[in-house]
Design a binder for this molecule. Sequence first.
Ligand code: G4P
Length: 528
Amino acid sequence: MSETTRTELRQEVDKRRTFAIISHPDAGKTTLTEKLLLYGGAIHVAGSVKARKAARHATSDWMEIEKQRGISVTSSVMQFQYAGKQVNILDTPGHQDFSEDTYRTLTAADSAVMLIDVAKGVEAQTIKLFQVCSKRGIPIFTFINKLDREGQNPFELLEEIERVLGIRSVPMNWPIGMGRELCGVYDRMKNQVELFQGNDHSTIEVRKVSDYRDPVIREMAGDYLADKLIEELELLDVAGDPFDYEKVKIGELTPVFFGSAVNNFGVQTFLENFLQLAPPPTPRRSTDGPIEPENEKFSGYIFKIQANMNPAHRDRLAFLRICSGKFQRGMSVRHVRAGKEIKLSQPQQFLAQDRDIVETAYPGDIIGLFDPGIFRIGDSLSEGSSVTFDELPTFSPEIFAKVTIKNALKQKQYLKGLDQLTEEGMVQVFRSVGPFEDTYLGVVGQLQFEVFEYRMKNEYGVDILLSRTPFQFARWIVADKVDPSKFRINSTLVKDKNDNDVALFENEYAMRTAMERMPDVKFLETAP
Ligand code: G4P
């Protein structure tokens, strides 16, 4: 690799910011995404992303199930440029029914933005997504949204973030009033106030001040709000965590920004701070040790496969996160698991609504590869060597259903479908160990069942029947000898597809009791 190419690669890596927004439905993710894209010039009209959310079912190349339910089953990627940075936003399904796909998408992110509704605080889906990010130790930035509405006291929110999520926080700005009283925010890092002006809060005035005691704030916000601000910030200065970038980088401290996405309030400041603080692509773990993004050899891994983008062709799109080197259209790479060279000729890149053919791409970028059925989730592609990335954890299923086929004559197609769809990571499969071989499917989101049922019928011609079971937890058992009779009350013993023993429990109490009764047995959340 020439010196010029190496410098170019380093510059391109430095520019990249690849992140996901994690939130509970309705917190304002679509709205925030849209504002960010507007700043980046990736879209020009407010409402385009919202319209896309609503109109998805009108586009022909989305899965039938998306059309039927008007929701996004799979995630996509949006790219734009801002202030010299190349930003990749990984979109995760906003619907309550998220799936393992959502979790896997998070592995492709280098940082996350956690969006919280000021009135609702930390909600269920946010907790789950946070935990996945937290396990990876990536930086997490918090945006507390809907400040124009009456919400919880900011101190209580910070306390809740710490108590529920176990992460310390450092407010980068602080609200001056809230709801109807909302007047602006005080930027603690830059010592400036950003004030709403006019009845509709449409204009924002930014003023440098000496500190939060500056009389200018009193003039602008009035005595009551100025006194409150001083009181709160004095408390924060004494009792709050100081900003510590080293802790931010390892996900132990989350910088918090207050704002209102729909009013475009605090969004630009957030974006600018975020782009400065969020890390560029970092080394990824592999069988050859960590792979630096500046490594000249191209490499990446597939974190998602989107089936049936075009039902007429049965094609699939495999989403690849580039981990190192420069991608060039038409290049030959090694498909490590299959042990063969393949040519990447029709890659696609994503920019807001459009899908374009991509000529070059760099670490941190996500490209979509046309997949005639050769890829699986977790596959690594690399130039020259056989690097395998170790990025895709499995997740412990939380919802289980017994699956049966309606027509016994379709057994062969059923087994083929079951095999392929579990390989693909669509669902996890378990078999009972008793005299009757029952088959259970385990997922993290109800939607995975629906997509499974749909694909079984459409791709394999098999009608299946799914009956929900009361199980809620799966634990992989590591023991010298496993006694099935110990798993009869509110639990059952099954085997996973690799013949590992797995106990399914109906509730936490049953699980705890089993753990206490069998201290020599190890109960693991995912397969060993
Ligand atoms: P999601 O993708 O996280 O599910 O949320 P989305 O952006 O669709 O926002 C959910 C609702 O919250 C929307 O209202 C949106 O306008 C509103 N919202 C987003 N940001 C703010 C904010 O800063 N302040 C206030 N007050 N509301 C906000 P909706 O009524 O469901 O939709 P719409 O009729 O406004 O489109």
